[in-house]
Design a protein around this ligand. Structure first.
Ligand code: CMC
Length: 381
């Protein structure tokens, strides 16, 4: 019998590298994030979400012709079938949009004739379908619950603009559409975070892309992960006014209650996405007259910097994306679905990478229970 390798416990997998990847690089000490070697700042300033998806799925930037053809492929999948629209309409209107999204992503497999084709090309096509249909699911459900008619997607628009069009039924201004586009770029990938890991674990069993993306949506939902952006907004709204910020933060720290939108498992410096989103949040707040919320946020950041900055606790991506989304008029419970809309890109990128060089992901745990326990018949217990 071969000798069993040495094992160690790594609760939370903080110190475990689970494999190799070419998708994103994070230097948590220096506060650097790159997608396929390109700095996130450069991408946020000059790229588009569609180009970033191509980059993550192909490990290189597209040529103009490749980008055009990729965009055509994505836009051809924008709409939902009448059966999916029917399903969306039948969901209780008070359901949480993340539960809706998880159920609908899962349901897309039901009408895909190639759902059992496990080839790489087929899995890529499935990823395109989920990525392209997610905006219609989120916007469609929001309109259903508001008692409004659903708006057909417009394939002449990019994903960000089309999302706002389907959500509001009016063409967004250039600044709002670009704001969503940049948010999609900034959230597209982030190494092996919890939801990406969930997707990889699923695809590694030779299940399928729908199952992988469904696992990921369910995992993103939690407040320690993607759900934090909604909690940030609730937290900001719960603080009465600027005079109460100091006592709110100090009481929370004293009671060991986490300030949502701060801290990160990997970043011990300022999250580079937060740096970008802060500038953005300020601009949009000024444009939309929501400066109060922005100022409140910066006040929290100042106090957190003073109190826990030395411990490496800084704003993460969720802190300023919350005020950005709010200023753009998004319902608070759509913040995490919009995160998912973007992260589909990264989930699929890592799942396709796993598919190409697969090994079943199967960690172990240290058994702490007893051995040789006698089975006692139910009548005698
Ligand atoms: N507010 C106050 N204290 C904090 C916070 C916070 N947000 N985050 C960490 N700490 C403290 C924590 O209390 C602990 O202090 P001590 O050493 O005195 O016990 C220390 O920092 C280390 O905390 P940890 O729990 O060991 O760190 P972690 O790596 O498990 O935490 C985290 C990462 C994201 C779960 C945590 O920072 C947190 O709960 N933040 C709030 C929720 C949030 O914003 N989540 C979004 C994460 S970023 C987006 C994403 O990846 O999805």
């Amino acid at each position: 019998m071969p000798e069993a390798p040495a094992m160690h416990i790594d609760k939370g997998l903080d110190n475990t590298i689970i494999g190799e990847s070419r998708k994103s690089f994070i230097d948590g000490q220096a506060g650097i994030l790159e997608y396929v070697g390109i700095d996130i700042d450069d991408l946020a300033r000059t790229s588009t979400f569609e180009e970033v998806v191509f980059l993550l799925w192909n490990d290189r930037l597209p040529t103009a012709a490749e980008l055009e053809s990729f965009e055509t492929e994505l836009r051809a999948e924008y709409s939902l079938s009448s059966e999916m629209v029917g399903m969306l309409k039948s969901i209780p209107h008070d359901a949480s949009p993340m539960h809706v999204l998880r159920s609908m992503v899962s349901s897309l497999a039901l009408e895909d004739p190639e759902c059992n084709d496990q080839s790489l090309e087929s899995e890529r096509r499935k990823a395109i379908r989920v990525l392209s249909k997610t905006p219609a699911i989120i916007a469609g459900f929001d309109r259903c619950r508001r008692g409004l008619e659903l708006i057909d997607p417009d394939p002449s628009l990019n994903m960000a603009t089309n999302f706002l069009w389907m959500l509001n039924g009016e063409m967004p201004g250039e600044a709002s559409a670009r704001a969503i586009d940049v948010c999609l770029i900034l959230h597209a990938d982030h190494g092996i975070n919890a939801s990406t890991f969930a997707a990889m674990v699923t695809i590694a069993t030779q299940s399928d892309m729908y199952s992988a993306l469904t696992s990921a949506v369910g995992t993103l939902r939690g407040p320690l992960h993607g759900g934090a952006n909604e909690r940030v907004m609730h937290m900001l709204q719960s603080i009465g006014g600027h005079d109460e910020v100091e006592s709110f933060v100090m009481n929370s720290l004293e009671n060991k209650t986490r300030i949502m939108g701060f801290g990160h498992r990997v970043y011990k410096a300022l999250d580079p996405r937060a740096k970008y989103l802060k500038t953005f949040a300020e601009q949009i707040a000024e444009e939309t007259g929501n400066t109060d919320l922005y100022v409140l946020s910066t006040r929290i950041q100042d106090i957190m910097d003073r109190e826990v900055g030395a411990k490496g606790i800084y704003p993460n991506v969720d802190f300023y994306s919350a005020t950005t989304y709010f200023s753009l008029g998004l319902a608070i419970d759509l913040f995490t679905p919009v995160f998912a809309m973007s992260r589909n890109a990264g989930w699929a990128a890592h799942s396709l990478e796993q598919h190409q060089d697969n090994r079943l992901i199967r960690p172990r745990c240290q058994y702490m229970g007893e051995h040789g326990v006698e089975y006692v018949h139910i009548d005698k217990r």
